[in-house]
Structures are given as C-alpha cells and as structure tokens.
Ligand binder design. Structure first.
Ligand SMILES: C[S@@+](CC[C@H](N)C(=O)[O-])C[C@H]1O[C@@H](n2cnc3c(N)ncnc32)[C@H](O)[C@@H]1O
Length: 217
C-alpha cells in the first residue's frame, strides 16, 4: 500500500538503491526497535542525513526525541564519533533502553541524554549547535523551533522529521479526526516558517516527509 506520500514502487526503487554503511551493532538496534514498534528514522532519512553530514560535518548536534537512541547512534557512527550530541527523551522505558544502547557503543562522553520533557530541558542548553534534529511530538514543532533557533550556529541547519505526517499535512481527505489539532499546528508552522524571509527551507517527500532549514543571513 502507498504510504500516502510517494507510491510504493518509488519508495521501493529508492530503498533498493541505498547503500549505507552501518555497524552490525547498530543494525541490531534498528531491527529491535522496528520489531518493538518504536518509531525510528526511515532508511531514506538515514541516507539523507548521511549525505548532509558528508557535505558539512557538524561538531555539535541537538536532537529532540531520542526514543531508544537509534538516530543518535546513527549520527554518532556516521560522523566517526567526532561529534558531541545532546538528545532529549521523556519516556522512561525508552530512556532506559537508550542508555543501554549508548553503553554498547561506549560513547558516554559523546552523547548526553537529557531525561524528561524537552520543554523543561531546553532551559539547560548552552552554546550553539551545527545540526538540530527535531523528531519529538509533532504538535509542538513551531514552539520547539522558536526556542531552539537561538541555539543554531550561523551556518547550522535544522532537520524536521515527519513533516508530511502520513500525507495528512497535504490532504484534508487523509486527516484522522483525532489528529486534527496536530495537523492544524503543523500546517500553520510550515506556512509561517516557509514564508519567513530569514530562512531557506525545503520539504522533501522522503520517509514520512522531511524539512530542512537554514538561515539566509
Ligand atoms: C519518533 S520518536 C524519536 C525517534 C528517534 N529520533 C530515532 O529516529 O531513533 C519521538 C520520541 O520523542 C519523544 N517525545 C515526544 N514528546 C517529547 C517531549 N515533549 N519531550 C521529550 N521527548 C518527547 C517520544 O517519547 C518519542 O520517543
């Protein structure tokens, strides 16, 4: 079945042409997450991030939404460990699993996990980040953006995952009743940020939709 963003045959074609390096350890974490229905970044998004990192190697990364640590470890591995990542998660079970996964990589001094609600934890951020990955609750992307833009370095970029949210953002016909508020908030955010003269943005129909943002000046 189509994922309401691109046709299956397009997705399958793209997936069949992705050739990413990943350690067996990390592949196992990915498999376990998928088996347990933990939402983690899609292959196409992994591939896209890997390309971004090749073009511009970030030294400090901020992530909203750790889950079990798959994307943090993916970024860490893609950057050969030459990075410092701050990541935030509020779900207790996922926090425990993320900690275990970080231990497997012995990367305690490179990945800092801030436990609890990210809106609380943003108060403790200091310094600038070259890459900010927003992958937490969809209804608060605008609020998060307004907070963390102050922490974006001059040439830094922000990547938002799930920006097309199963196609619901683009089509009223797909919107589920209980998702109405999230969809309205996300649409407003996209409308506002893409028209803001201070930023360059691009929305890509990969995975569940990704938006990339950079300051113009
Ligand atoms: C899509 S998952 C993150 C997946 C992860 N980035 C990956 O690809 O491996 C989103 C996570 O954000 C967390 N989350 C949602 N709202 C949050 C909040 N306000 N503060 C902290 N974490 C939050 C959820 O508990 C969930 O585990």
């Amino acid at each position: 079945m189509d994922n309401n963003i691109v046709r299956d045959y397009v997705k399958e074609f793209i997936l069949s042409n992705i050739n990413l390096n990943m350690s067996d350890k990390l592949r196992k974490i990915e498999e376990e997450a998928l088996e347990n229905f933990v939402p983690i970044i899609d292959k196409e998004v992994q591939n896209f991030m890997s390309m971004l990192f090749m073009m511009n190697k970030p030294k400090r990364i901020l992530e909203f939404g750790t889950a079990v640590g798959f994307s943090s470890l993916f970024m860490y591995e893609q950057l050969d460990g030459d990075v410092f990542i701050t990541t935030m998660e509020r779900d207790e079970e996922r926090i425990q699993n993320a900690k275990k996964n970080f231990e497997l990589f012995n990367c305690g001094d490179k990945i800092a996990l801030l436990e609890g609600d990210c809106f609380e934890n943003v108060k403790y951020l200091d310094g600038k980040y070259d890459f900010i990955f927003i992958d937490s609750s969809k209804s608060h992307y605008e609020k998060l953006f307004n907070i963390c833009i102050q922490n974006l370095s001059k040439n830094g970029i922000i990547v938002f995952d799930n920006i097309l949210y199963k196609g619901m953002i683009a089509s009223d016909d797909l919107v589920k009743k209980r998702k109405k508020t999230i969809i309205r908030n996300m649409r407003n955010f996209i409308h506002n940020v893409t028209r803001n003269e201070n930023f360059s943005t691009s929305i890509l129909p990969i995975g569940d939709g990704v938006m990339i943002l950079r300051r113009k000046f």
